[in-house]
Ligand binder design. Structure first.
Ligand code: CP3
Length: 343
């Protein structure tokens, strides 16, 4: 197995900077759209054979240095007892938003192996298929990001319901976060036991909090989850979208690797995080709509900046957009491999 990604996560010396892409299995790939034309998204996530097939697509088509399990951060929320739907127009919709103590009480902390068997079956298939290829990343949403979906009932503009619960029903909010943290610990531990060789925790919405509120309402839970998961012995990546204002806190999360979005210069992020942390990121996903020459320039700039950290894994600053031309994604991976040589 080409283990350069895992070596970089651990801050070990590597021959070149490894690269993978958030949302690398998805709609920008014609091969993904072909599979999706016959099956809806949730059914695809729950079909281990097909989920493994689409996980492998970017490994074979792009030549990335890691695979990421094909699933969604909202899948375990369904197992907690909420209705989940994906609408092509509105994105995810969760039934009966959580707004009260009794609603939180009703949520189940699932027996993940029993309730989400398809996740672990997919991981087992993938480990066999990836044996001579690249490592497999498992993932979960962070407690705060999952809480926003449950409280808002989907995506939101200003997260008013979430903040109202934080500010007006603080004990209920903390109770929800505790349940989510327990779920995430057991879910990621089980993914690791099934064969995930690293895990990424996605905190897509933590950046909407003031630094003080992040510290009080989100950070204690992510830190607890990470400190429990450390016992499993695989690298933990913590990605926070819109991280600039809270990097000082994120630094204390205990994660081995910090994922950085594109809104902050990578040099500034590294300065704030210090030299003991490995960073991942942070090309603007829209930069993939530039010419190939300009993509290369941005790649070189980020690689150069990443050199200052303990280690650097190249990635986008958020997920690849469905409209992205595949040839530009391939050019990006080639550019990272060409200019990221450390020999
Ligand atoms: O990275 C990968 O290739 C693995 C698969 C993966 C998906 N979602 C597949 C997906 C991963 C890691 C995720 C994480 C995820 N899901 C996040 C965190 C990362 C981020 O983007 O911030 C979030 C917030 C979600 C929730 C979610 N899932 C939304 C808001 C949407 C709708 C918007 C969209 O991108 O379509 C989804 C749907 C989704 N998840 C798709 C895929 C491939 C598109 C579904 C389809 O095929 O129609």
């Amino acid at each position: 197995m080409r283990d350069i990604f895992l070596r970089a996560c651990r801050g070990e010396e590597v021959d070149y900077t490894p690269v993978w892409i958030m949302r690398q299995a998805g709609r920008y790939l014609p091969e993904y759209r072909a599979v999706r034309s016959n099956i809806d998204f949730l059914t695809l996530c729950k079909n281990p054979k097909l989920a493994a097939e689409v996980t492998m697509q970017p490994v074979d088509i792009l030549g990335v240095d890691a695979a990421i399990l094909f699933s969604d951060i909202l899948i375990p929320i369904e197992a907690m007892g909420m209705r989940l739907e994906f609408s092509d127009k509105e994105g995810p919709i969760l039934g009966e938003p959580i707004r009260s103590k009794s609603a939180v009480e009703k949520l189940i902390v699932p027996d993940v192996e029993e309730d989400l068997p398809f996740i672990f079956d997919t991981i087992k298939i993938l480990r066999k298929e990836l044996e001579h290829k690249v490592p497999l990343i498992g993932f979960s949403g962070a407690p705060f990001t999952l809480a926003t979906y449950m409280i808002e009932g989907g995506t939101s503009k200003n997260f008013l319901n979430t903040k109202k619960m934080m500010f007006q029903l603080g004990t209920v909010f903390h109770y929800l976060m505790e349940k989510l943290t327990d779920m995430i610990i057991s879910y990621l531990s089980a993914q690791i036991k099934a064969g995930a060789q690293a895990v990424q925790i996605f905190d897509t919405w933590a950046g909407i909090l003031t630094p003080q509120d992040y510290k009080q309402f989100a950070f204690p839970y992510i830190r607890k989850a990470i400190s429990e998961l450390k016992k499993e012995g695989v690298p933990i990546i913590y990605f926070v979208n819109n991280c600039a204002g809270i990097l000082q806190e994120i630094k204390k999360s205990g994660a081995d690797v910090i994922g950085i979005d594109w809104r902050i210069d990578l040099s500034d992020a590294i300065k704030k995080l210090g030299k003991k942390i490995v960073v991942q990121g942070n090309l603007d996903p829209c930069a993939l709509f530039l010419t190939k020459e300009k993509i290369e320039d941005r790649v070189k700039d980020i690689l150069w900046k990443g050199d200052a950290a303990k280690g650097h894994i190249f990635n986008l600053g958020h997920g690849v957009l469905p409209q992205t031309p595949v040839e530009n994604v391939i050019a990006l991976i080639e550019a990272v491999h060409t200019y990221g040589s450390r020999k």
